[in-house]
Design a protein around this ligand. Structure first.
Ligand code: ATP
Length: 626
């Protein structure tokens, strides 16, 4: 980990440029000089998010050392003991292991080189038996310590050796036969003055338990009067025991979820992906997950906790699942607090996504009611997946409720009475058209929420164009009944006033007799007309050339952009027949137009606002009396 070696205090690295001829000076490769204090500061203070990780790094080294020794001698002891200052009595924290230890030569190379590690093979790949791989973990001790001392005796023989390093980037190495009798290593931290609390027994025991509770070897954390054993259990808590019934296993996993993740799972899906050495479980949230929320999974790498809010393990659509997994193939980032986004992680994500999707499809077949409840609680994720997955599209069609003119219904059920699904693309349009459509017995679906329109389009792609189609408000108009000739004649004056008034709003009036009776008017926009209307607005502000081009567009179509459909069954509209005062008729029509516009939730333009104010004040004035 550190540079040049020696008995005395050595700064790192001693920089001795090779002798060069003038011609060589510009061609020979040079080595970078490194400021060790800066590097230690960078790695220890900026790589990790909190000093707490020093416990994990020390545990990891001890576990790896024991593993390495057991590779040489399977019967070798596996002892890891952490003694806190309450126990050592001199303010230091000590961690001792019965691992493989280090020879003097190893101390001089591995601990004297930044990035030096015994855990890679000749090709530089991390070896699968070990947790460590980067050769920087020991530096994390400087997050809490001024000085780190290591005393070791190697299983390969040779004398005991002692290494002392300080945060200023200097270290000493000494062969000291009396320093340690047994094979193994003891690392001692001299805590920084402001970091005493990080080495207290309660803190260390809690951290050791959090990071290392699944480690295969027993870890004893000793305080003043007692000790806590924080690891060394058999197996993984989610593994199914031999002979354990499926229901019992599921109940045990649910209990684990309550205890560890803090919620009662809707269901539990055991996970296994041999190619990534992955086992674990996915717990389905009962409700309340936010699709945009961060994924947070509890991930262990070779039984050491990486984090409790690790992202990227599942595809985005599975935002309502929380996983707990242990894997040996995924790579941690250098801080070991997240997963490295590489091809293995992609493959794992795909495999777990496929597993969860299969579970969903199977649940639907075996327990349709539960599947329905689940889909209703997490419909956004399912819908997003249904956009690319035919089976889930069918599932969504069967189970996900849409807002329709017949109430909340799954599309499959709605299609029984309305084989062609007519839908609105936005919620406001649905609100406006639904009462009229319902009254005429026309089925309408609100596809204004996320993914709905895309899903209906996909359904139409799959099952044919007659399956689903966006409603054209004009076809609704065609379905409305015409009033009698007498009614039309009686309302002729009102219609003439309406035509004059509405012209300023690019709108023309028409009469229909329809339900609901309570609705005086319905504003139907024509998409082409609306485009012409926007172009006309833009033309008013545009320069001459642009204005001419926009003018062609405005003039290209015929008819107004909107139609105000007055309902002759509505008592107020019917009474207009008896009004002879043209000014009153005009105010009334303006008010009906603005009312219909507000009902349609479309934005008010300046002319509309003026009509709202003008008609309101005029009608108020008349109501109060002059
Ligand atoms: N307790 C120990 N017993 C034996 N060797 C150790 C021990 N602690 C550290 N070492 C040696 O020191 C080297 C550097 O340790 P360090 O923790 O800095 O990195 P690492 O464990 O190799 O990788 P990582 O940065 O991923 O933790 C190790 O590779 C190992 O050879």
């Amino acid at each position: 980990m550190y540079g040049d070696t020696g008995r005395s205090i050595v700064p790192w690295p001693p920089f001795r440029p090779p002798a060069q001829s003038p011609a060589q000076r510009y061609t020979l490769a040079q080595t970078f000089g490194v400021n060790l204090r800066g590097v230690i500061d960078l790695l220890s203070h900026h790589l990790y998010s909190s000093p707490r990780v020093y416990v994990r790094e020390l545990l990891q080294n001890a576990v790896d050392a024991v593993t390495a020794r057991r590779l040489l001698d399977p019967a070798a002891p596996a002892r890891i003991v952490v003694e806190c200052p309450e126990r050592t009595g001199d303010g230091t924290l000590r961690i001792s292991d019965s691992g493989v230890g280090l020879t003097e030569a190893e101390v001089r190379t591995l601990l004297s080189t930044l990035g030096g590690t015994s855990k890679r093979d000749e090709l530089g790949f991390a070896r699968r038996d070990f947790l460590g791989q980067f050769g920087v973990g020991l530096l994390s001790c400087f997050l809490v310590a001024d000085e780190v001392r290591l005393v070791s005796r190697s299983a390969h023989g040779g004398p005991a050796v002692s290494w002392v390093a300080r945060g200023d980037g200097t270290y000493t190495v000494e062969v000291d036969e009396s320093a340690r009798a047994a094979v193994g290593t003891t690392v001692t931290l001299v805590p920084r003055r402001d970091c005493d609390h990080w080495t207290e027994h309660d803190t260390v025991a809690a951290l050791a338990e959090e990071f290392g509770s699944l480690l295969p070897y027993e870890v004893r954390v000793v305080g003043g009067s007692g000790h806590r054993v924080v690891a060394g259990g058999d197996g993984l808590p989610w593994a199914r025991a031999a002979g354990e019934p499926v229901d019992g296993h599921r109940a045990r996993l649910a209990a684990y979820c309550r205890e560890t993740l803090g919620f009662e799972p809707f269901d539990v899906v055991p996970l296994e992906f041999g190619a990534a050495g992955l086992t674990g479980a996915a717990f389905v949230l009962p409700a309340g997950a936010h699709p945009g929320g961060r994924q947070s999974h509890r991930v262990y790498l070779k039984r050491m906790l990486v984090g409790t809010s690790v992202e990227g393990l599942l595809p985005d659509w599975a935002y309502f699942m929380r996983c707990v997994v242990d894997t040996s193939a995924l790579r941690p980032t250098a801080s070991r607090e997240a997963l490295y986004e590489d091809e293995t992680l992609l493959a794992v994500r795909d495999a777990l996504g496929a597993r969860l999707r299969d579970w969903l499809v199977r649940l639907e077949a075996a327990e349709p009611d539960r599947a329905g409840a689940l889909l209703a609680a997490h419909h956004l994720g399912i819908k997003s997946l249904a956009l690319v997955d035919d089976e889930l599209l069918r599932l969504a069609e069967r189970w996900l409720p849409y807002e329709t003119t017949r109430g909340a219904l799954p599309l499959r059920q709605f299609r029984r009475t309305h084989p062609t699904v007519l839908y609105t693309q936005d919620v406001d349009e649905f609100r406006q058209l639904a009462p009229v459509a319902r009254a005429q017995g026309i089925g309408l679906v609100n596809a204004g929420y996320a993914y709905d329109t895309d899903l209906l389009r996909r359904l139409a792609e799959r099952d044919g164009p007659d399956t689903a189609r966006r409603v054209d408000p004009r076809e609704l108009l065609a379905a409305l009944g015409r009033p009698s000739a007498e009614t039309e004649i009686a309302l002729a004056a009102a219609m003439a006033a309406a035509a004059t008034v509405l012209d300023a709003h690019d709108c023309e009036p028409t009469l229909r007799a329809f339900d609901p009776v309570s609705l005086p008017g319905l504003l139907v926009a024509d998409a082409d007309g609306a485009r012409r209307r926007d172009a006309a607005d833009a033309r008013a502000d545009a320069d001459p050339l642009w204005s001419e081009m926009l003018g062609q567009l405005v003039d290209a179509g015929s008819g107004a952009a909107q139609t105000l459909v007055l309902n002759t069954r509505n008592p107020l509209v019917a009474r207009l027949a008896g009004v002879s005062d043209t000014a009153l008729l005009e105010s009334a029509v303006r008010a009906l137009y603005v009312h219909a516009l507000l009902q349609s939730h479309r934005p008010l333009r300046p002319a509309d606002t003026a009509a709202l104010t003008g008609s309101f004040l005029d009608l108020l004035d008349r109501a109060i009396g002059r």
